[in-house]
Design a protein around this ligand. Structure first.
Ligand code: GTP
Ligand code: MG
Length: 451
């Protein structure tokens, strides 16, 4: 038995986020009157894409191959669309190309049939701001289209064969497929070159003594808000750090963040760069997740991942979201600290219940309220604890100008613990702690001075 649901919706004029925003409470236990929790997430997604939802139709039964719903339900849906005068039907589940076609035939002329994947693509393309995000969305869209175009060609061929037509679709349609494939290849190679840039940038940042922290988690968990809370207000040189932005946009809306934003934060005495990433959601197809690979790479290659979750979600939902997030992180992330955010929305006993209820998924989670600035200091301590240990090193150098400039380089890139000038010698001794890249470079520099 599978449950299917569809919502009937109307595009708002602007199609933009702001006007369509309701609170993200559209999810889970916070459902408004008249909507079932079954449709909460698809409603929130529709809202994020700029639709006004005017009704819903749900059914519990085995999926029907023609309409996804059984015929009776599909007809009810079509009638409801007719009377509500809405132009869109949005299915929570993916639809096959045939189902999309059949539903289009059944509903009033001009009704747009949208499924979950297409809806997510719509949101993504509205949100994509940077070149990389645009390319990723375009890649996802082409990958969505490819099997559909293939199916369309198959259907056309069948129809042509039935009519015994001699001029059935041939080369021309095949070209539609090759066109899409060519575009996919081109976009992939562009993205590859952009991710090389990302690799080099990450390398360089480690060399500069930064620890890399990534924020990950379900959409609307509060990642961008937390980034702003943790970050220093320091402006960065846009020439060397072209993905560092003053702000990470936060809004109570699904998929607000579609590209990575990195900001600098001093955590205890560690200089970190914290990167905000695209939010997760369940039931996303593999190709869609893959198209955001460059975003995920930031997460995999970070020294530490903060997995943010909304602790005010009911326990089952919280568990599902954590599970989805961990699954997407795919065991690749080395160190994960789970942050249970929005603690201000639950009572102490509810919080305790959630913490013990997720103990198999999240060991020692940190509960915080980002908006109330509660628990943030404890989180900072925890981050500092979990970052890879710094090496402690001692260098003995001649007391020269070159040594002084190495010393000032160390002040910039490491934590200088002590400097002393042993009497009876013309030497300087410096003791410092640093990440391995910095410690290695310091040794190389010191060797050059002593040689
Ligand atoms: N009550 C409460 N609300 C919070 C807290 N932290 C964030 N929020 C709200 O949650 C909503 C979502 O926050 P974002 O920071 O945009 O969430 P996100 O995880 O970046 O979302 P995506 O970019 O879509 O993945 C916003 O309305 C925030 O104001 C918190 O500690 N308590
Ligand atoms: Mg965000």
């Amino acid at each position: 038995m599978q449950s299917g649901s569809a919502i009937i919706a109307q595009r708002t004029d602007s199609g933009t986020a702001d006007e369509a925003t309701t609170n993200g409470g559209a999810m889970g236990n916070k459902t408004a009157k008249g909507e079932t929790s079954d449709t909460a997430e698809i409603r929130a997604l529709a809202d994020a894409a700029g639709y006004d939802v005017v009704g819903e139709v749900t059914q519990n039964r085995v999926e029907d191959s023609k309409y996804q719903f059984g015929r009776g339900k599909a007809e009810t849906l079509a009638e409801r669309v007719e009377t509500s005068d809405a132009g869109n039907v949005i299915f929570d589940n993916p639809l096959s190309p045939q189902q999309t076609y059949e539903l289009g035939e059944l509903c009033p002329d001009g009704t747009e049939i949208v499924d979950r994947y297409r809806l997510v693509l719509e949101i993504f393309s509205q949100q994509a701001g940077t070149r990389r995000a645009k390319l990723q969305v375009e890649l996802a869209r082409l990958q969505y289209e490819l099997p559909r175009v293939r199916a369309e060609i198959r259907l056309e061929k069948e129809v042509a064969n039935e009519r015994r037509s001699r001029n059935g679709p041939g080369e021309k349609e095949d070209r539609r497929v090759t066109d899409i494939k060519d575009r996919i290849d081109r976009i992939k190679s562009k993205l590859d070159s952009l991710s090389d840039v990302g690799d080099r940038r990450r390398e360089k940042r480690r060399d500069q003594g930064f620890d890399l922290v990534a924020l990950a988690g379900y959409t609307n968990a509060g990642k961008s808000t937390l980034l702003r809370r943790l970050a220093d207000d320091m402006a960065f040189d846009p020439n060397t750090h072209d993905d560092l932005h003053e702000s990470a946009a936060a809004e109570d809306r699904l998929f607000k963040t579609l590209e990575t934003t990195t900001r600098r934060a001093e955590i205890q005495d560690r200089r970190t760069l914290i990167t905000d990433t695209v939010g997760f959601i369940s039931d996303l197809p593999h190709w869609l997740v893959k198209s955001f690979e460059t975003t995920f790479t930031e997460t995999y290659e970070a020294d530490l991942v903060l997995l943010v979750a909304d602790v005010s979600d009911p326990l089952t939902e919280l568990r599902e979201k954590l599970y989805t997030s961990l699954d997407l992180l795919d065991g690749d992330a080395e160190r994960i600290v789970t942050v249970l955010n929005k603690a201000d929305r639950v009572s102490d006993s509810e919080l305790a219940e959630r913490v013990s209820g997720v103990s198999d998924l999240a060991l020692n989670p940190v509960a915080v309220s980002t908006t109330e600035n509660d628990g943030i200091d404890a989180l900072r301590e925890r981050i500092a604890d979990e970052l890879p240990e710094w090496e402690t090193d001692r260098l003995t150098l001649p007391n020269t100008g070159e040594t002084m400039s190495l010393l000032s380089w160390l002040y910039d890139h490491a934590r200088v613990e002590a400097v002393w000038y042993p009497s009876e010698s013309e030497e300087v001794v410096v003791e410092f702690a640093a990440n391995s890249a910095i410690a290695e470079r310091a040794t190389v520099k010191a060797d050059a001075i002593s040689a």
